[in-house]
Ligand binder design. Structure first.
Ligand SMILES: Cc1ncc(COP(=O)(O)O)c(C=O)c1O
Length: 396
């Protein structure tokens, strides 16, 4: 106990009163799409982002162990000190090839990448264009992208979710203003599972001489040619970022773009400069996942089919339509308390679906975020739909 703990407790109680307090829960991985609770019971995973089930693929575990035993468990310093290995360069080359870009640069996490790319681009604008960057961002962008803008001291010009007419109006309104125009979007929105129209955004960016950044965290591995994402091969996308932490079953992140962009980021992105390089164990898993992606077309098709199937079932049950088009399928609960109740009901039935509440989603838009993966069984999906049907019928 310290004299500050009363303050913490008061703040936590305020969160609890609004059903917004978070707690950690421990579940241990146990085979494909299964978690074991501390009481020994198993839960089917409908929440993690391990969409292809790669986190338990033997090739990832094998290469991670092999690279770790050959090159060590840690990199010892930042990439710019003594941390750069040929293994980093190998993974960066594979990412650049997958994304169809000149170069790529690894980061320790997606959060860290987003939080530091934007300040680096903002600095470019101030130093080279003599004016602050103008950031046009989708309203539903991930917290890490908002953090990047805040860290750069930029106030965002937010456009309505996926509304390119609104974006164009905002761009036109600032046509005469100096500074680098940044358009920032996710390609698959993490809490809604809908997609941005990347070709249209790229065309818009080109018309307005804007730098388009696309966060492909939830598309990489799952969508696009060989799982390369929705921005792959589209001209006019200046920067793509993505993570190894979701469909690629590991940890870490990357940015892909021109060589000059990557050279600038390694000079200006503080999350890259002042953080220890990814270790060989993590790189091994990423490298193996990248090798497997082209062979996983069947899993990608399965995810697409299951997404359509689940959306149809939810519609029949009368749930509000969410706009989802992918493996992320929200079930809209409204109030946080209802989302929590539904999650508890599912858990009683041995299914783990986490309730997503404000501030992750807007107030009144709490939901269960169902994340499909290629290793859930049809019986598990049928059971999920059955229990959701009971929730829809008010049998709570
Ligand atoms: C859209 C998006 N971008 C970035 C991140 C951060 O990635 P990481 O988990 O690798 O830090 C996430 C993960 O929650 C995300 O959903």
């Amino acid at each position: 106990m310290t004299q500050f703990d009363t303050l913490f407790e008061q703040a936590l109680s305020a969160l609890a009163r609004e059903d917004r307090r978070r707690r950690l829960r421990t579940v241990d991985g146990e085979g494909p799409a299964q978690f074991r609770r501390s009481d020994g019971s198993l839960l089917t995973d409908f929440s993690s982002n391990d969409y292809l089930g790669l986190s338990r693929h033997p090739l990832l575990a094998e290469r991670s162990a092999e690279w770790g035993s050959k090159a060590g468990t840690g990199s010892g310093s930042s990439r710019l000190v003594t941390g750069t290995r040929s293994l980093h360069e190998r993974v960066e080359a594979k990412i650049a090839a997958l994304k169809g870009k000149e170069a790529a640069l690894l980061f320790a996490s997606g959060w860290q990448a987003n939080a530091s790319i934007i300040p680096a681009l903002a600095r470019l604008s101030t130093e080279q264009m003599g004016a602050p960057a103008l950031v046009f961002s989708d309203r539903l962008n991930h917290a890490s992208l908002h953090h990047g803008c805040a860290a750069a001291g930029l106030s965002q010009i937010r456009f309505r979710h996926n509304d390119l007419t609104h974006l164009e109006t905002l761009l036109e309104a600032r046509a005469g203003q100096p500074g680098l125009r940044l358009i920032i979007t996710e390609s698959v929105f993490s809490m809604d599972g809908d997609c941005a129209d990347i070709p249209a955004l790229a065309a818009l960016a080109q018309r307005h001489n804007a730098f388009l950044c696309v966060d492909e965290a939830h598309a990489t591995g799952v969508l696009g040619p060989d799982g390369a994402g929705l921005a792959a091969g589209i001209e006019g996308v200046s920067l793509v970022m993505g993570t190894f932490s979701k469909a690629l079953g590991g940890m870490g992140a990357y940015v892909a773009g021109s060589q000059a962009l990557c050279n600038w980021l390694l000079n200006a992105a503080s999350g890259f400069i002042y953080s220890t390089a990814l270790p060989p164990t993590v790189l091994g898993a990423a490298d193996a996942a990248l090798d497997l992606l082209p062979e996983m077309e069947e899993q990608r098709r399965l995810l697409a089919r299951r997404g359509n199937w689940l959306r149809e079932r939810l519609k029949e049950q009368g749930w509000a339509e969410s706009g989802s088009m992918t493996q992320i399928v929200p079930v809209m609960a409204g109030e946080a308390s209802r989302a929590l109740e539904m999650a508890a009901t599912l858990e009683q039935e041995r299914m783990l679906v986490v309730a997503i509440r404000p501030p992750t989603v807007p107030k009144g838009a709490s939901r269960l975020r169902i994340a499909l993966n290629a290793v859930q069984t049809e019986e598990e999906l049928e059971r999920l739909v059955q229990v959701l049907g009971c929730c829809a019928g008010g049998v709570l």
